[in-house]
Write a protein that binds this ligand. Structure first.
Ligand SMILES: [Fe+2]
Length: 445
């Protein structure tokens, strides 16, 4: 199964086709090296509280052990930077190509994804040594590069760093699932007590019908699935001024939401019954009170927080119950126009959603960025004019444009420097282990 975070490994070295960058002026060596070190260091920082045993476990086929993420992101730089550009490069671990290639057939054979948790070797210590070796060589390469080489290196390094940031988010969501499986419910990071205040009611913010530009604009990096930029006709609609809260979702549950087939898509109703869903992932009722698993361990459910860890099916059923629907991705992008890319991202180090701090202002929606990836009702499909690159690059994004839905806005596990207004995350409709939440929309009739 694909996740967006796995969609970057190819054996081609055409960065313009792998990502999308129109920059013509390379960054300075020091800028590039600093950015490289900053992102790579953050992966290590996220691991500060982990013990060796925590790095190895894989709880679901969709998740990967932290150790695998750390090695795979280093394999990326080894494969696409060092092997291509470092003079007479000789890999110290040729077998790592098999272990840490994600699933790109054109790159070569790879180890079974659902079995990554069976690998006790290389050890965690060896993987950190591997990372350090790669970092040293990449730094050497940047420092020794002439202007021509630097211009080639820069887009691939930037791509590799965005790739690493995607895996940093997965490390957090995957280790949360590991800790959830453990009855001890360990703590990844302690969290201060959250101050809450009453969340204002949802306001419905009207957007006029019209032809709107959609997709990535500008010269900074984006993934190819964010383009081509194009015009889309968006009928008039209303968008909710804030995310759906735990209190809102509890009302749905208490109204029999998980027991009423008329609220559910057929596949969703099947999932509810086959998997025994009766609440979002990580919720647990104890003595009549709801608790939820966080990266700070089990905590009592905070009604004001945005509901999190729901599938598209649950988001859709909730929307139907409340007389609304999920937004289309073009609506979400239109409504986010002009909003600053600010929110509860991983840099806040809460590693969890936060209650709305201040209400929407001047008719603008709040919580659009950070906290939770917001499900849209849009199938993940190509924009008009999109075509996947040929060869290995065709495996990058295009081949995953089936049976998945688009999510927007980033989460509390996303790096702020990684998100864009045009960013299209995508997951299957039954996925719940990412920080996924709900914003409602309504037709204007
Ligand atoms: Fe990857």
């Amino acid at each position: 199964m694909n996740t967006f975070a796995e969609a970057l490994a190819t054996n081609s070295f055409s960065p313009a086709a792998t990502g999308r960058s129109e920059r013509t002026i390379p960054a300075s060596k020091s800028e590039l090296e600093q950015r490289y070190r900053r992102v790579r260091r953050f992966s290590g920082k996220l691991c500060e509280t982990l013990e060796p045993e925590d790095y190895v476990i894989q709880t679901m086929p969709e998740t990967s052990p932290v150790k695998w993420h750390l090695a795979h992101t280093s394999w990326f730089f080894e494969t696409f930077v060092l092997k291509q550009f470092f003079p007479d490069y000789h890999s110290m671990h040729p077998q790592f190509g098999f272990l840490f290639n994600s699933y790109y057939n054109a790159v070569g054979p790879f180890y079974s994804r659902p079995h990554r948790g069976l690998l006790s070797r290389p050890t965690v210590k060896e993987v950190f040594h591997y990372r350090a070796d790669i970092d040293l060589l990449v730094s050497d390469l940047i420092e020794s590069a002439d202007e021509q080489l630097l211009a080639k290196l820069e887009p691939i390094l930037i791509l590799g760093l965005h790739h690493e940031q995607q895996h940093q988010e997965l490390m957090l969501t995957d280790v949360k699932n590991v800790f959830w499986q453990n009855p001890l419910r360990p703590t990844f990071r302690k969290r201060d007590k959250i101050e809450t205040s009453t969340v204002p009611p949802i306001e419905w913010l009207k957007s006029e019908e019209g032809l709107y530009w959609v997709g990535h604009e500008g010269s900074e990096f984006s993934y190819d699935n964010e383009g081509p930029r194009h015009r889309a006709f968006v009928p008039a609609f209303c968008l909710a001024s804030r995310l759906v809260t735990n209190a809102g979702f509890l009302a749905f549950m208490e109204d029999g939401g998980y027991r009423r087939p008329e609220l559910w898509l057929s596949l969703g109703w099947t999932a509810v019954n086959e998997r025994g869903w009766d609440s979002p992932l990580y919720w647990e009722k104890r003595d009549g009170r709801w608790f939820t698993m966080t990266l700070a361990g089990m905590t009592e459910l905070i009604p004001e927080e945005p509901v999190c860890h729901v599938s598209l099916f649950e988001a859709d059923a909730y929307a139907r119950w409340s007389g609304a629907r999920l937004p289309a991705e073009e609506e979400w992008e239109t409504a986010s126009s002009g909003l600053p890319l600010k929110g509860n991202f991983v840099e806040s180090e809460l590693f969890h959603v936060a209650p709305l701090a201040s209400p929407a202002s001047a008719g603008k929606p709040a919580q659009m960025f950070g906290d939770v990836w917001e499900w849209t009702r849009s199938s993940y499909s190509p924009y008009p004019g999109y075509s996947a690159a040929s060869g290995a690059l065709g495996e990058y994004n295009g081949k995953f444009m089936c049976n998945q839905y688009v999510l927007r806005g980033g989460s509390c596990a996303t790096s702020q420097g990684h998100i864009r207004r045009s960013y299209r995350n995508f997951f299957p409709p039954d996925a719940r282990w990412q920080f996924m939440g709900i914003r409602l929309a309504k037709d204007l009739v």
